[in-house]
Design a protein. Structure first.
Length: 380
């Protein structure tokens, strides 16, 4: 087979799905891209066995052969194509040897190709349920929740993002037992109730690709008990769902939180970053000392006699309270909130704090976001 394609466009297409390729894999065949000639298009596919991503690229010209599929080493092929600017590349696959010849002007390069028979097939989502979400909603939901998911492979259910569809709207949840984010939208209603756990890796890939598309588009999502697929523009991403039951996250959210702090988000974030420099590196504890309209943020590392004390302007209603939080977790949450102010609701030093985006008369683009952070024991 033979085709001519813009080198820059081909490189960008491969780069967009290259994150799915893993090196040093137990099955070397997935260290390759699968190139498939379809009519006047070339389909580039990558896989890590659990997830498969494909992108379709229109060709300037093409000529079918006896063999219309070939595997090429992903890193080598992408590096070579990426070394050219926006010039036409002529790519010829030998029907007998599967050698891949790349021509750019008078230059010629050859890469050994492999037969496609052993490459994993695209998973089928049989008897699927379907829904459609805008790219803006998906990018926002993933961006606001993925950081809170666990990395502990011993608890696989908590390494993903839980998606729950109800008649009242759609909810995304991520937690690692130290922090939790619940992202809800009532403007995205589902026809059928359903719930499933989405792996982080394919979701990050979907978010990255959608973020690179400058216009807002609709994403078609199909899912069944085992798999989920995302189809949009010239992309298709299919992944296995995480099996098992997600923890009862609602039970972890305290309902009665009478102590309420409203403070400038950037002011608090900057102060926590400074205080974190002087924390004990094992606990990363920062202390919030709260009284009427007064907050003192402090940290201490008694091993080295390092300490900080930062008084901050705020609005606070409630009883005098001292509570400790992990500085890194607090920064993660504040970094993933867009509003000027945040509302932090608390009850007791040993109960979780709840963080909300807060701006008066602002509905936060239709999203209802709750972030939970577990306290750490204060060191006297």
């Amino acid at each position: 087979m033979k085709f001519i394609v813009n080198g820059e466009l081909l490189h960008k297409a491969m780069q967009s799905i290259s994150g799915i390729i893993s090196t040093n894999n137990a099955i070397p065949v997935v260290e390759n891209f699968l190139l498939t000639l379809e009519d006047n298009s070339i389909v580039i596919t990558g896989s890590d066995l659990e997830t498969m991503a494909s992108v379709k690229l229109e060709l300037d010209s093409f000529e079918a052969g006896k063999v219309n599929q070939v595997l090429v080493p992903a890193n080598m092929f992408d590096d070579l194509v990426g070394s050219f600017s926006s010039v036409p590349l002529s790519i010829i696959i030998n029907d007998d040897t599967l050698a891949v010849e790349i021509k750019a002007g008078d230059e010629k390069y050859q890469i050994a190709g492999l037969p496609s028979e052993n490459y994993p097939a695209m998973k089928e989502v049989n008897d699927p349920k379907t829904m459609s979400l805008s790219s803006a909603v998906i990018v926002d939901a993933i961006g606001k929740t993925a950081f809170a998911a666990s990395n502990d492979e011993l608890r696989p259910q908590m390494t993903g993002i839980f998606c729950e569809q109800l008649e009242t709207g759609i909810t995304f949840v991520a937690t690692d037992a130290h922090k939790l984010v619940r992202y809800r939208r009532q403007d995205c209603k589902a026809e059928e109730e359903a719930s499933f756990i989405l792996p982080k890796k394919p979701l990050s890939l979907v978010s990255k690709i959608l973020s690179s598309i400058r216009e807002e588009i609709e994403v078609s999502i199909e899912y069944n008990f085992n798999n989920v697929s995302f189809t949009f523009s010239n992309y298709k991403i299919v992944s296995r769902l995480i099996e098992g039951k997600y923890p009862n996250y609602e039970a972890a959210i305290p309902k009665d939180n009478p102590n309420k702090l409203i403070i400038d988000r950037q002011l608090l974030l900057t102060s926590v970053k400074r205080a974190a420099i002087l924390t004990n590196k094992s606990t990363q504890q920062v202390r919030l000392s709260l009284a009427q309209n007064k907050l003192v943020l402090s940290s201490e590392d008694m091993d080295y006699e390092n300490k900080s004390e930062i008084p901050l302007n705020c609005s606070y209603e409630g009883e005098n309270l001292e509570i400790g939080f992990n500085a890194k977790y607090l920064q993660d949450m504040l970094n993933n909130i867009d509003t000027t102010n945040v509302l932090i609701e608390m009850s007791q030093p040993n109960r979780a704090g709840i963080i909300y985006p807060y701006d008066e008369n602002t509905e936060n683009n239709g999203a209802d976001i709750l972030m939970l952070i577990m306290p750490v024991t204060l060191m006297n």
